[in-house]
Ligand binder design. Structure first.
Ligand SMILES: [Zn+2]
Length: 442
């Protein structure tokens, strides 16, 4: 696929330049630290401390450097190791790097399925990142035939810390107070732009978004929750695959591992807590880019007296649950890759000429305020000032704008154009003037 090849070239160059910068700064190269012990397994800081505290950013750098360095070539049995690369894909508001880790096989099928793990949009939910670092290490370390076969078919993309300032400060939002998981439509924050760049350049087939939650004390939820994209504009076939992944694969794997697991967003009494069709959420926004997208939430609070008295045990359960879910996603990618890629191809073909109707709100379990979907106008006309406001978001989403500042809805990203520009849309960033068909371009 063309976009992918472009990305690979860019990755290689960007990786080199990143390592060069690191070399100049004197932080990343030189002898690999012996964090795993001489000849021992490469470990995370979290593992070395038995789960008492999270892997620090410096330990993460060392871990990745070791994994990259630990791949000298095929061994005597002809086993070729996984390739690990690290690419800077953007920067945070405070100037911290947003990095993408790629794990791929030494040999791959012509079009491996790409799975993106987004490991901590909210900085105060650290278990997702920890699970992702373990996952990367496990994949890079796996010398089994099954592990090799998996990486021949699946390319694993990992954003360990998409909100690095929030992670450093232990806050949900970014340093500018932005909730990153409400910024995937307007794409106003540098962190959301970095994530969008990854989506645009890698075009992942599956997006797996890792979170942690505080169960409400009056209505305890299952300790693990999952959800698919509920936005009504999402292609039904892709929603179906996301449901299969979330419910049948992830939910089942979590239950098999001993954790109760349920649908996110509705508590035991049927009260709605969140997880709706909001198009600003990554789960919905990525699905509108024709990805199979899922959310996984793990309870951050103690679920037993034992966990209450043992922080390391609590941390290990949170990380362990995320790992089980992530592995379930990789299994589905390996086993159902063809179904996923052909569904995505079909969805892209269906959306190529733009939407016939656009739902301005609602969800697959909730009727919206708008009883019927909107039949979108042919175009939205923008004033120069409105264009200045909307320009960055339109560009980030790949929405084409005519020289006379009209945005036609008959284009692949026509749903997002409508949600961004229609005065009736709940999260529109500017109020474009709807132009009926036959008048635009006059
Ligand atoms: Zn979260």
């Amino acid at each position: 696929m063309r976009a992918w090849r472009t990305w690979r070239t860019w990755t290689t160059r960007a990786t080199r330049s990143m390592l060069l910068v690191a070399l100049v700064a004197g932080v990343a190269l030189g002898p690999a630290p012996a964090s795993g012990g001489r000849g021992g397994r490469i470990t995370t800081g979290f593992e070395r401390r038995g789960g008492l505290s999270w892997t620090t950013p410096a330990e993460e750098r060392d871990l990745l450097r070791e994994l990259i360095a630990a791949a000298p070539g095929p061994d005597r049995a002809g086993w070729a190791p996984a390739r690990v690369t690290v690419t800077r894909v953007g920067g945070s508001a405070r100037g911290r790097d947003v990095e993408l880790i790629t794990v791929s096989g030494a040999r791959t099928v012509p079009e491996p399925i790409r799975v993106l793990f987004v490991c901590g949009q909210h900085g105060d939910e650290p278990a997702g990142r920890e699970a992702c670092l373990k996952l990367v290490r496990d994949l890079a370390d796996d010398r089994s035939a099954a592990g090799r076969r998996l990486l021949e078919r699946v390319t694993v993309l990992v954003l360990p810390a998409p909100n690095p300032d929030g992670l450093a400060a232990g806050t949900r939002g970014t340093a500018e107070g932005v909730d990153l998981n409400r910024d995937h439509l307007a794409v106003a924050s540098p962190e959301a732009r970095a994530l969008r760049r990854v989506l645009r350049e890698t075009r992942p087939h599956i997006v797996h978004d890792l979170h942690e939650f505080d169960a409400p004390t009056d209505a305890p939820a299952a300790p693990t929750l999952y959800l698919w994209p509920r936005n009504l504009n999402v292609d039904p076939e892709l929603r179906g695959l996301a449901q299969e992944l979330a419910r049948d694969r992830i939910g089942s794997a979590l239950r098999a591992a001993g954790w109760a697991s349920d649908v996110y967003g509705v508590d035991a009494t049927g009260r709605r807590l969140g997880g709706d069709g909001d198009e600003r959420l990554l789960r919905n926004a990525a699905a509108l880019d024709s990805a199979v997208a899922v959310l996984v939430e793990v309870d951050a609070n103690p679920t037993s007296a034992l966990e209450r008295g043992d922080a390391a045990l609590l941390h290990r359960r949170r990380v362990g649950a995320h790992l089980v879910a992530a592995r379930a996603t990789l299994r589905m990618a390996a086993e159902r890759g063809e179904a996923v890629t052909s569904a995505i191809r079909a969805a892209r073909a269906r959306s190529a000429r733009g939407p016939e109707r656009v739902y301005l709100d609602g969800a697959d379990n909730l009727p919206g305020t708008w009883a019927a979907p909107l039949e979108p106008p042919c175009a939205y006309r923008l004033t120069p000032a409105q264009f200045a406001t909307a320009r960055a978001a339109l560009t980030e989403h790949g929405i084409r704008v005519s020289p006379d500042l009209t945005v036609r809805t008959a284009q692949p990203q026509g749903v997002k154009a409508t949600l961004l520009l229609d005065p009736r849309a709940r999260f529109a960033i500017t109020d474009g003037a709807p132009e009926p068909c036959g008048e635009e371009g006059a």
